[in-house]
Design a protein around this ligand. Structure first.
Ligand SMILES: *Cc1c(COP(=O)(O)O)cnc(C)c1O
Length: 373
């Protein structure tokens, strides 16, 4: 697994939580296709893939073609989607032998499919359309030309048609979400009229949880598998309440000392003790992807109680106020994410203090040494 030698931070992944989240999503929608790109959002490609395959996943989606090759070698025998699709000549050459289904979203890719793969080998693709994200994808106007082009490419089979929702996690944007659904419908209809038959896949986690009318033939949940509720803090929070986070992050306390009233701590004197305090130095900093943005904003858990970050987060150290947790000693574990017992640091809270989203928290903290249970 991922082992790094220069730090003391541990990222613990509870695979049974990922399994339970997947099974919960399956009660909500018929065909969830787990998204495990970027090393399964920092949770580890191989262990997560194995867990999901055992839980019944027949198709998995990764980002790059190389990730798809690694997933094939896990081994995973089901269908593998590459969401970023082929970029280099080597990528095209890997698609057929590793049975990868790439997202195809540019004319250049269509041309390379013909040039690099040739007419003698069958290849399945997922066509990606833009319906409002304005990121990757063909548009409705491209459909006639696409249908024509595909007629000259009998070795290419369009197995799936996809688009991506831009705002599904914001209950205030329902109209925009449904408008994307309408555009997707129109595009699929045009393609059907052109003689193609395929599976339609639109929604991400938030769309899966909140828009059953947009479930179509498959769904692509990512963040919800790892237990983050896309509706946390919104009026739709209950829709994701059954999800449980799978990642916990800990680091040891290295030292405990007094900080007298009026004394400042850490670089730049950004925190001065308003009273006599006790502080603990935790072996976790921005080199461990514990962002410097958490300076004077974050919280950790020690002995099941919350302790605020005081002063600037350093490269490998962060100070927390433990005046109210006097039993703290060097060697005790501080929870950066998760926790033992009732009190827990939620990924959504950590993301909020950090000024980001749970996706980034998982991807970054997941780069530390991981342990599995
Ligand atoms: C990452 C990704 C998803 C998963 O989105 P979540 O919000 O994590 O559920 C789905 N589709 C595409 C194209 C993606 O890139």
């Amino acid at each position: 697994m991922s082992t790094i030698w220069y730090n003391l931070v541990k990222t613990r992944i509870n695979l049974s939580k990922i399994r339970a989240n997947f099974l919960f999503l399956k009660t909500m929608a018929p065909n969830p296709i787990p998204v495990i790109k970027a090393d399964a959002y920092g949770h580890g490609l191989a262990p997560v893939a194995t867990t999901l395959a055992q839980a019944g996943a027949k198709i998995l989606a990764v980002g790059t073609v190389d990730e798809a090759v690694v997933l094939r070698e896990v081994p995973f025998d089901g269908e593998i989607i590459s969401l970023l699709g082929p970029v280099t000549k080597e990528d095209y050459e890997k698609i057929v032998p590793h049975k990868i289904m790439p997202f195809i979203y540019t004319w250049e890719q269509m041309a390379y499919l013909q040039e690099y793969i040739g007419n003698d080998r069958q290849v399945s693709i997922a066509l990606k359309f833009d319906t409002g994200m304005a990121r990757l994808g063909f548009t409705r106007d491209d459909v006639p030309k696409l249908i024509n082009k595909l007629k000259s490419m009998p070795h290419v089979r369009v197995k799936m048609v996809c688009s991506h929702l831009a705002t599904a996690d914001d209950p205030e944007t329902k109209e925009f979400v449904l408008a994307q659904g309408k555009k997707f419908d129109t595009i699929c209809l045009d393609l059907h009229k052109g003689g193609l038959s395929f599976a339609r896949v639109l929604v991400n986690s938030a769309g899966l949880l909140a828009y059953p009318e947009l479930h179509y033939d498959g769904q692509r949940p990512g963040i919800s598998l790892y237990g983050s509720n896309p509706f946390w803090g919104t009026k739709w929070e209950a829709k994701g309440q059954k999800l449980t986070p799978a990642m916990e992050v800990t680091a040891p306390v290295l030292s405990v000392h007094d900080l007298s009233r009026g004394q400042s701590i850490s670089y730049g004197q950004t925190f001065t003790a308003p009273r006599d305090m006790q502080v603990a130095l935790v072996a976790c900093g921005y080199a461990d992807n514990y962002s410097r943005a958490l300076s004077n904003k974050g919280w950790m858990l020690v002995h099941g109680r919350r302790a605020p970050v005081i002063g600037r987060v350093c490269m490998q150290l962060t100070a927390i106020d433990i005046s109210h947790i006097p039993q703290t000693r060097p060697g005790d574990l501080a929870y950066v994410l998760g926790g033992q017992g009732k009190e827990k640091i939620l990924p959504e809270e950590l993301a909020k203090w950090w000024g980001t989203i749970t996706y980034e928290v998982f991807c970054l903290l997941g780069q530390n040494t991981r342990e599995y249970e």
